[in-house]
Design a protein around this ligand. Structure first.
Ligand code: FRU
Length: 494
């Protein structure tokens, strides 16, 4: 009897499907004790195509159970991205008299033999068994602008001064515009307003979201956050997500963070508010119906530049960790901060260090292929300091801080297999400033990724890597002088 071998790169603390392709998370919802993750899925292969909604469930947001395909493509339509709401009062009438329905609002991408060929319009499906089986609504599509690029509806219940109703945010992708509609029954929709183009417009706008958050924890200071993914045009190339902070009065979103042409600060013209600065955090969207008003987000951990070619099999593409987002004022502007939703006690075998001086390269015990690294650096004379993770002497991923430039960098040029696509190998950067003279990072390492939450989640940077399974070393390094590590904890998943 031979022990089953582990599939190369299959993540330990992230979702990936068993043997198929996936992209965007869809229909994220908490319902009756389960988190439901639907997702763009090719049920018949491991590259993009035959788009349907795959499905997985979790109670802890770390381990997931794959479920049967939830909403399948057919001869007339592909099922593109969208959202799910709990229609508690059966406003849609799609409930069955005993159970209030979950209602999915998805994009019908109509095929050649449909009467709507070439059009993208919004459609409904409903479930009365808690999200496991779905029926398409006979009156689809419910919202049609006769547009070829109208997609990715995110629906939420608005309840404010203007009244109580459903709001949909979706995109006219090629116009860099978010369009907003309202409805009382999810079936008939009235136009409210549009937002954009604004800030980053280097690629089509996709997968928007709109939600309220208290600023600095103050429930009297509610701000609305509009997130917009775009492809390409991200800060380090390809797919990424930006966000705007402002106000939504039930009709119109007004941004406080839009950079205008007349803005004199050159840094602000490129350094928009990014959800993540890495190459592999796309189509981020939030969960609905989460208790206690928590705002949880998840993204596809890949990039359209090379997504179909990443060297995994038979599955392709992991999801990100789930993040709780909150809004804080920093340098006079509201910013999102993000924390990974993971219980560190689920990880085991902690190795902790205090007060390490680093001058050159210094390896530390406690490495691993799946781990959480928590580190705080105080700069010395070095122009750059940081860590090399998933190392073996020949390969490794460098996570560095250059205090003089105010930048965080991730160098994956020698991280392992980079040859599968010419756009993959890269050194990617994000702005990072010291807080009280120090730099802290929480770094989640898995079999094929690294997710960095720097300065208490103010800056995040997510990247795929494909190292040799035996590359598990961790070292500290400096270049051109010294730095001090005031604390370092490595917690390894057994
Ligand atoms: C984003 C996206 C969406 C679309 C889906 C199709 O990655 O292009 O705009 O709905 O993927 O799979």
């Amino acid at each position: 009897v031979t022990a089953p071998t582990r599939e190369a790169f299959r993540p330990a603390m992230h979702y990936a499907s068993k043997d198929t392709w996936l992209n965007d998370p869809n229909g994220l919802i908490y319902y009756e004790g389960n988190y439901h993750l639907y997702y763009q899925n090719n049920p018949f292969g491991n590259v993009w195509g035959n788009m349907s909604w795959g499905h997985a469930t979790s109670t802890n947001l770390i381990t997931w159970t794959e479920q049967p395909v939830a909403i399948a493509c057919d001869e007339y339509e592909d099922i593109f991205s969208g959202s799910v709401v709990y229609d508690q009062h059966n406003t849609s009438g799609l409930g069955d008299g005993t159970a209030a329905p979950l209602v999915a609002i998805y994009t019908s991408a109509y095929k050649e033999n449909s009467q709507h060929a070439g059009i993208q319009a919004q459609s409904l499906a409903w479930s009365t068994d808690g999200g496991y089986t779905w029926s398409k609504y006979h009156g689809n599509p419910v919202l049609n602008r006769n547009s070829a690029n109208f997609r990715d509806p995110k629906v939420f219940r608005y309840n404010g001064p203007a009244g109580a109703y459903w709001v949909m945010v979706a995109v006219e992708a090629l116009d860099f515009t978010v369009v907003m509609y309202r409805s009382d029954d999810l079936k008939s929709w009235d136009y409210l307003s549009s937002f954009g183009p604004a800030n980053a417009t280097g690629g089509v706008w996709e997968c928007p979201d709109l939600f309220p958050l208290p600023l600095d924890g103050n429930e009297d200071l509610i701000r609305w956050v509009l997130t917009v993914n775009l492809n390409p045009g991200g800060p380090n190339g390809g797919s990424a997500g930006q966000y705007f902070v402002g106000d939504f009065d039930g009709v119109t979103f007004r941004s406080e963070t839009t950079v205008t042409e007349g803005d004199q600060d050159p840094a602000r013209l490129t350094e928009y508010h990014w959800l993540d600065w890495g190459r592999d955090y796309y189509a981020a969207v939030s969960f609905s119906n989460v208790p206690d008003g928590c705002r949880l987000m998840m993204a596809w951990k890949n990039n359209w530049q090379y997504g179909n070619d990443i060297p995994t099999s038979p599955w392709r593409s992991p999801m990100s960790l789930v993040r709780e987002v909150s809004l804080v004022t920093s340098e006079g502007t509201p910013h999102l901060t993000q924390q990974a939703v993971i219980d560190p006690t689920a990880l085991t075998r902690t190795v902790a260090y205090t007060e390490l001086d680093v001058d050159g390269i210094r390896s530390v015990a406690g490495g691993g292929a799946v781990q959480l690294i928590e580190v705080t650096f105080v700069p010395g004379s070095a122009d750059e300091f940081g860590l090399v993770i998933r190392g073996n002497g020949n390969e490794g991923t460098r996570i560095g801080i250059r205090p003089g430039d105010g930048r965080l960098l991730v160098d994956r040029t020698v991280s392992g297999n980079t040859a599968f696509h010419s756009a993959f190998s890269s050194i990617d950067t994000a702005p990072l400033r010291a807080v009280d003279g120090a730099y802290s990072m929480r770094i989640f390492v898995d079999h094929c990724s690294v997710e960095i939450f720097a300065q208490d989640g103010e800056v995040t940077l997510t990247e795929l890597i494909f190292p040799d399974p035996s590359s598990t070393g961790v070292s500290l390094y400096t270049t051109g002088g010294t730095a001090k590590v005031t604390s370092l904890r490595l917690t390894t998943l057994a």
